[in-house]
Write a protein that binds this ligand. Structure first.
Ligand code: CP3
Length: 337
């Protein structure tokens, strides 16, 4: 089959016949094919086995006809070789959180080809196997730091916020190591063939706009300014209140969650500068067909007035999502339903 380059044309700002469609976390537990593999191996083993990662990445492409694949891995995989003891249960748990300067000093910078060769092998296998573009990805430095410092997910993020505001030097050293590691990690995925990369800043929205601008954005900016050879999409969840800052970023695509319309997002970011990606509420996939179609059509219509639009959810797909609704939403975007 001919290579489907719809995502690449869209992210490069060309006008296209329809938006490309993919879903964050499109490979995962909502698919029985994925659950069958997870019965045999742990999540970490899966992430470290290129043949299985390749298989799982392909599952949603084959099942639903998404316009691109996303590498199967996890944002936390590269922090293990940096010195973090990581487990998934299924949520991430870290046995040795970073709390002091001595902890931050011990963190090793990532050497991607040496430390996570299985990720690079998966990228190469996927690029050979796919007839759609491959999106590589990483966590953004602050989101990785949240897990490193909190030791798990968190409600109030008090450990990382306290660190920033009592020991900014320790925070800075940790963030500089995470920033150079993330830059090398994304660059290595591009060098191994990833067509586009996405940086997930899931927890950016837990801080104030003042702190976002001072303690998070400069590190993101450094990565965006130094990546070479493929377009970058930055996705910061719950970040509408600091879109004026994010709008200064030097990248091609911006992920938008479901809490703003695409039109408002574009205006507040920096009108017409970015291709926007989003922004269907993942929980709406539990709704009726009529409800799904109504919102999807509004999003598609707003997308037409943008520099470009990549149809996606506003956050990852949830494990109990009904498969037939995924199928239905993809068909709507493709003009087949
Ligand atoms: O999108 C894809 O299909 C690629 C795979 C992917 C995973 N995680 C697989 C995964 C991607 C892109 C991620 C990113 C990720 N991981 C983020 C950023 C995006 C987001 O959702 O905000 C974050 C914050 C993580 C950290 C993480 N990993 C959490 C919080 C969890 C547990 C929560 C949950 O969903 O249960 C994971 C585990 C994880 N990562 C699973 C998968 C398929 C479930 C593991 C299992 O099979 O048991």
């Amino acid at each position: 089959m001919a290579f489907n380059d719809l995502l690449l044309r869209t992210i490069n700002g060309e006008k296209t016949e329809r938006p490309p469609v993919w879903f964050m976390r499109q490979a995962g537990r909502y698919m029985e094919e994925y659950r069958a593999i997870r019965k045999k191996v742990s999540f970490l083993e899966l992430c470290k086995t290129p043949d299985l990662c390749t298989e799982v990445t392909l599952q949603p492409i084959e099942a639903f006809g998404f316009d691109n694949a996303i590498l199967f891995s996890d944002i936390l995989i590269p922090i293990e070789p940096m010195g973090i003891q990581l487990d998934f249960n299924p949520a991430p748990v870290i046995a040795n959180p970073i709390r002091t300067m001595a902890d931050a000093d011990k963190l090793r910078e990532l050497d991607p080809e040496k430390d996570v060769p299985f990720v690079m092998e998966t990228v190469r296998k996927l690029v050979k196997a796919l007839d759609v573009p491959l999106i590589g990805f990483s966590g953004a430095p602050f989101t990785l730091a949240c897990y490193m410092v909190e030791g798990s997910g968190s409600k109030n993020f008090e450990n990382i916020k306290t660190l920033i505001h009592t020991d900014p030097e320790t925070y800075r050293i940790m963030m500089e190591k995470l920033t150079s590691s993330t830059l090398k990690y994304l660059q290595a995925q591009i060098d191994n063939g990833a067509h586009v990369v996405q940086m997930f800043d899931t927890w950016a929205g837990v801080v104030s706009p003042y702190d976002y601008e001072k303690y998070i954005f400069p590190y993101v900016e450094h990565i965006a300014n130094n990546l070479k050879g493929a377009p970058l999409i930055y996705f910061a969840k719950d970040s509408f209140s600091f879109y004026d800052t994010i709008g200064k970023l030097n990248c091609a695509g911006m992920g938008v969650d479901w809490k703003a319309t695409l039109k408002d997002a574009d205006e507040r970011l920096s009108k017409g500068k970015f291709v926007l990606q989003g922004n269907f509420d993942p929980v709406l996939l539990f709704g009726s067909k009529e409800a799904i179609k109504e919102t999807a059509e509004k999003i598609i219509a707003e997308g037409k007035d943008l520099k470009g639009h990549i149809f996606n959810l506003g956050h990852g797909i949830l494990p109990p999502t009904p498969r037939e609704n995924v199928e239905y939403l993809v068909k709507i975007v493709k003009g087949e339903a």
